[in-house]
Design a binder for this molecule. Structure first.
Ligand code: G4F
Length: 331
């Protein structure tokens, strides 16, 4: 039985990945920090075979102990402060966890190691946010980085550290440069889920409108369930490498609103949306569009859920959840 250690187990990607790995027969261990972490119960219920291990990306000794205890064949480093807007307010903490956390995990692997015949394989969740003020479109593995947020800067540090450890210590360490990926498990602070959840509440008469920031930025949005498959595929390769994971389609926030409101049965969205400058960012990433040809050719990966299907499944899940809460008198 293969063993996998996943950091960020309670996040959207951690939850999908642990289910995928369990379905492939892995024993999955999730790194978790803090006493009585409220999300621990949720992930245990979703994946009863999951084992939780104490550890904190800010604390190397705890990571060494976790890697030593689990002796994983594969490590997936998904743990991060992942909300770009928050990273402007908590820049130091973001650098600490999203950036230095990668270095600490790699150090833990280097120190504990695997056997020569069976070295531990490492996946790093790199991000399209590293492209920031994009130098070319579409973005590929070769596009230079120009991050526009403390989060993006920290991810570039993590990405470069992966390359450095691969070259210095011959580690099997790969990075997935994942473009935005969403689902009904996305946190409510991210724009897609904020829209689908608010829309469901508008439909049920629980809310009147949505306050948003910049509607003109464009994102290459895919389905998170498809993207965790790419993570696993990367670690099954003979040699480690970096891969862009994207749909190759980009849409503005306005287009997301258009599709979502149409699905919910409205002719237009404009009268429901107001601008709130609190959601504007000090520096914006205007356009992301990924070219995932390398992943498609080498890994045989491709996305299965398209843009409209993604918006539909998110809206339907929110409508079902909000309706259920309303029936139980919780709204
Ligand atoms: O949904 P967002 O917060 O995602 P963002 O900033 O693109 O970051 C996500 O994708 C990255 C991959 O490129 C990940 F690395 C990262 O961890 C995260 O998953 O914002 C998307 C866009 C931005 O341009 C933002 O300015 O939506 C715009 N926006 C407009 N109004 C808003 C809002 N974003 C949020 N979160 N909330 C708003 O009210």
């Amino acid at each position: 039985m293969k063993r996998a250690l996943v950091t960020g187990i309670t996040g959207q990607d951690g939850r999908y990945l642990s289910e995928l790995l369990a379905s492939k027969g892995y024993q999955v261990f999730g790194l978790i920090h803090g006493q009585a972490n409220p999300k621990a119960r949720m992930v245990m219920e979703e994946n009863p075979g999951l084992e939780l291990v104490e550890g904190d990306l800010r604390d190397l000794p705890s990571l060494i102990a976790a890697v030593e205890q689990v002796q994983p064949d594969e490590i997936y480093n998904l743990g991060a402060i992942s909300f770009v807007q928050l990273s402007f307010k908590q820049a130091e903490l973001t650098a600490e966890i999203t950036g230095l956390g990668v270095l600490r995990m790699l150090e833990a692997v280097r120190i504990v190691g695997g056997t020569d015949n069976n070295p531990m394989r490492f996946y790093q969740a790199s991000s399209s946010e590293m492209f920031g003020k994009v130098r070319e479109t579409p973005q590929t593995e070769k596009t230079p980085f120009h991050p526009r947020s403390p989060y993006g800067v920290a991810k570039v540090f993590g990405h470069d550290t992966i390359v450095n450890y691969r070259e210095s210590y011959d580690l099997h360490a790969s990075s997935g440069i994942l473009f935005n990926h969403e689902s009904e498990r996305r946190g409510l602070e991210f724009v897609t889920r904020k829209i689908t959840n608010s829309l469901a509440r508008i439909k049920l008469g629980l809310q009147e409108g949505i306050s948003l920031g910049n509607l003109d930025s464009a994102r290459d949005w895919g389905f998170a369930g498809d993207y965790v498959e790419a993570m696993w595929m990367m670690l099954q390769q003979e040699s480690p490498d970096d891969y862009v994971i994207a749909t190759g389609e980009t849409h503005t926030i306005r287009e997301f609103l258009e599709v979502a409101f149409r699905i919910a049965g409205y002719d237009s969205w404009e009268s429901f949306v107001t601008h709130d400058s609190r959601f504007d960012r000090p520096a914006e990433v205007d356009l992301l569009l990924g070219d995932s040809s390398k992943a498609r050719a080498k890994l045989g990966w491709k996305p299965k859920v398209n843009f409209e299907e993604l918006v539909l499944r998110m809206y339907e899940a929110d409508l079902a959840e909000e309706t259920d809460q309303l029936k139980r008198g919780r709204r």
